[in-house]
Structure formats: C-alpha cells, structure tokens
Design a protein around this ligand. Structure first.
Ligand code: DCP
Length: 230
C-alpha cells in the first residue's frame, strides 16, 4: 500500500541523514492550524511543533498575549519580540524524523502581524525598525528551512465566528476588521505575492469547512507532505 511505501522511504530517509522536509502551517487566527497538525499525529515519522501560543500565554507566569490585547500600544513590541524568539527556537529545533511540521513561522509574524501593527500605528516606526532589523539579521545569519507552506485559507467571517465560539479569553475583543486585515496580509504574502518574499511553494487548503468535513480536506495534503519528504 501507499503507506508501506511511505514508511520504507521514510526509513531510507532517516538513514541518509538529510535535513527534514520542513512544512510551515499558516493561516488566519482560528483557521485550524492546531487541528491540522494534530491530524498528522498518526504518522510516527513526523515531528509536530504545535501551539507556540501557550508559551506566549505564560512566560514566567506573565500572559504576554493578554497584555498585548489589553494595551497594544504598550505591549505589542514586547509581545512580537518574544514571538520571534519562540519561532526562531522552533525553526532551529533539531528533529530526528524526516518530516517536521511547524505551526506558524518567523515569516507570518513579520509579514502579517508585525506588518499590520506597523501600518496601524500600534508599533512606533522605531519599534518596527528594531523588529525588522532583527528579522533581517536572522534571515542573513541563521538558516531557516522551509520546503512547503500549507496555507489554511479561510473566510474572515467564518473564522471570526470560530474565534468567538472557542472563547479564548484574550481574544474576546478581536473585531472582524482585524481578522479581515490579517486575511488580506496572508493573501498578499502567500497568494498575490505583492509585498513579501514567499520562502517555499504553497499548498492551499480550503479551511472554511467545519470539523466533520475538514478531515477529508486534510487527507488530500497527506500525500504531498509525505511524498515530498522523500
Ligand atoms: N498572534 C499575534 N502575533 C503573531 C502571532 C500570533 O498577535 N505574530 C496572536 C493572534 C492570536 C494568537 O496570537 O490571538 C494565536 O494566533 P495563531 O493564529 O498563531 O494561533 P491559533 O491558535 O489562533 O491558530 P488555529 O486556531 O489556526 O489553530
């Protein structure tokens, strides 16, 4: 079967000591990135790096995500600086498996969130300049692997409903307009390619479907993720 073939190839890959095939999972807030990664738990030879948001909610007891939403002018910079650090940590984390799946990346932090906060004026131009210099420095000096981007494409109103339903306490005041702006930035980055560098080929998935149907949609990508790994 296809799975035996994949298994054999994965073991070959393990033996050959190559860099893992690295997949960045991107999409708006509430697009189902965590669920997508969890779908791949069934495959033993994939390393999953999920939920960096849990680190942002608890740094030595401080909830940076909450501070950022409550007082963006004061905390956006601190929050994004910490996001960059946790993302760099995930990008650099060694894996013994041939495939590595990551939730978000340094790229979406810079090209979607920081970009938005700069355009909005939430980040002072000087703060933006510091974050941007860090980003450029990392890009220049530290290899960041990316072989494929899975883009969970959604409609803003759909994810806005989901965000309200899941009721993560920090996100209760996130307006639809914010989700729409983030959507546009993801589209400009990954689809229209208008302002930012896209570091890998993009596999687009319709992520508007609800949980009962989305598994079928996810399955379509198994192929690409596992096959491209060899
Ligand atoms: N966030 C941010 N700046 C970033 C990354 C994320 O302000 N550079 C915020 C937006 C959300 C929270 O962090 O309030 C988590 O967003 P994600 O989209 O990374 O994670 P989700 O858990 O919402 O993803 P999903 O529901 O797709 O699993």
């Amino acid at each position: 079967s296809i799975f035996h073939k994949v298994e054999r190839l994965i073991h070959k890959m393990n033996a050959s000591n190559l860099k893992p095939f690295t997949v960045l999972v991107e999409g708006n807030i509430g697009s189902g990135k965590t669920t997508f990664l969890e779908h791949f738990q069934q495959f033993e030879d994939i390393t999953l790096l999920t939920e960096p948001v849990e680190e942002w909610r608890n740094l030595k007891g401080w909830n940076l995500l909450d501070l950022m939403y409550k007082d963006p002018a004061k905390w956006a910079m601190t929050f994004q600086a910490y996001v960059s650090m946790t993302m760099l940590d995930m990008h650099r984390r060694p894996t013994s498996t041939p495939v590595k799946l990551m939730e978000r990346s340094l790229y979406s932090a810079r090209y979607c969130f920081v970009e938005h906060m700069m355009r909005q004026g939430t980040l002072h131009p000087a703060q933006f300049a510091v974050l941007d210099e860090w980003f450029r420095f990392i890009q220049r000096e530290i290899p960041i692997e990316a072989d494929l981007i899975v883009y969970l494409k959604t409609t803003p109103s759909v994810v806005h409903e989901r965000i309200k339903r899941r009721a993560r306490s920090e996100e209760q005041c996130v307006p639809l307009s914010y989700i729409e702006e983030l959507h546009k930035l993801h589209e400009d980055w990954l689809v229209n390619r208008t302002f930012a560098e896209c570091p890998a080929p993009v596999l687009m998935i319709d992520a508007d479907l609800d949980l009962t149907q989305i598994t079928e949609e996810y399955k379509k990508s198994e192929h690409q993720i596992l096959r491209r790994a060899v």
